[in-house]
Design a binder for this molecule. Sequence first.
Ligand code: OOG
Ligand code: NI
Length: 539
Amino acid sequence: MPHVDPIKLQRRLFAELSRMYANEVPMYDRALLVNAVCNRATCDLLAEMFPGFAIDEVQLSRTGSERHGAIRIGTPEEYRWVSRFFACFGMEPHNFYDMTAVGAKSQPVISTAFRSSRNPEHRIFTSLLRTDYFDEETGARIEARLARRQVFPDEVRENIERREAEGGLSTEDADRLIELATTRIFKWTGEATDQALYDHLCEAGFKIAADVACFGTHHLNHLTPNTFCMDLYTTAMRWCLREIDETEFLTHAVAALEQVRTTADQDVLCLLFRHLDSEEIDGFDLIDPGSDFVMERIGQLRDTLAAPQFALHELPHHGFKDHTEGPATGVPLLLRQDAYKALAERTIFTDADGTHTESVHTARFGEIEQRFYACTPKGRALYDRCLGNATSAREAAANRAAATADYAECFADFPRTLSGLLEQRLVWCRYEATAAGRNAAGMIGDADLDTLLACGFVRRVGQRYEDFLPVSAAGIFASNLSQYGTRSTAAEKPEYTQAMLEQILGRDIIDPQALCAAAQSESLQVTYAELGLNVDASA
Ligand code: OOG
Ligand code: NI
């Protein structure tokens, strides 16, 4: 029997998860709409700037349908099953995040992210609760509670085992796996057990542990779409939630699109629209449509957002997070993230004696992300240094406007363009032979890379960052729990290592830095070969 393509399956899984989450959380569905109209406005501006560039509704929704989600797992055994489950969808563990070691915002979990190694569209940040982070009694209570649940039905386990034995999934098994993922494994049930343990953990400041231990599924705690313009989306959401008034929305929205108008170049288009060919993008002229276009387009966006379906303030909510995580506006590095805060969801506790109590659980929120260039280790070290300064500056600032300005100031060391970043070897790229280069193949003679670039025979395309950021993740955890962070209550806080998580997974965790480095050097070899040059010269 033929096997289904795991990547196609991955797209289906995430489309179904998104449908599931939209049914569970009306605010998510509405936020997707806000994102869609903001993305449309950004694309309209880009289409004015780059005559020839256009993106239709189908492509817009496809490009905008990338997602990352997050789940929190209770036991090592469950964790291994989750890993085996994602392997069915071509998703493997990338990077290790020790969330117990991010300073004051630490949480009792260690994590990896499951994704494809090449051109990933989707990812799941997957955390494992560490019971040895707690005092013995609490750890034992959590373990005893977790030992009673089985999140993966037998049918799913058999299905996964069959795939491992046969090297792929039949259509029937694939359909069933997706069905059970969205109706069982990752579904929010609103049903919890052991209110005494729940209350004990929450009172001790361990809401994450309560979110894991007292529920019967690996419920998705968020599902994050991507935006083409973070600042436009966040200001639109704040207005829809009535945290700011129309005037303030207009000011911020115009500033957000002005930023695009004055900085977007062909490299930015490549980063945002990976379905387009870089040769085609290189062929676009860049013209300035002027501030009037931006003013007018934001006016239209305001009219759109005034419609009843965008009255998000009428839905129950806890507001929007107070700042965007990651680099400041205009610094095209890594990842920027923001979120509306966790909603209170109706939860029924059933206790050992069968009594039911109605309560609420506040853990699931609505994140948004925008991805930029992947940093080299040198770029990352600089980022971490700037981020440390920026965080302190923000905390010391007198008000919100000053906080944003002071935060941005700390990233001043970073160039704003791909070529500037590459010049200092702060980010990774891929090399490509241009059409002109291929035409000249065999006639180029001895030329170094700089010359080939200057002659237009070679082009560089920035590699996109595909992973997560521990400090940003900690900020996301913290704001959504309305708790700053936690401290281990074990007699001595254990040290957690990547090797420990690898042992739990029964396999190695992939190092994204090594993937980026290999992609860059392999692309250079291919490029030299295409130009008919000696491959050794690329070393
Ligand atoms: C995961 C938080 C981390 C991100 O985007 O950094 C995360 C969680 O809340 O379980 O999703
Ligand atoms: Ni997230």
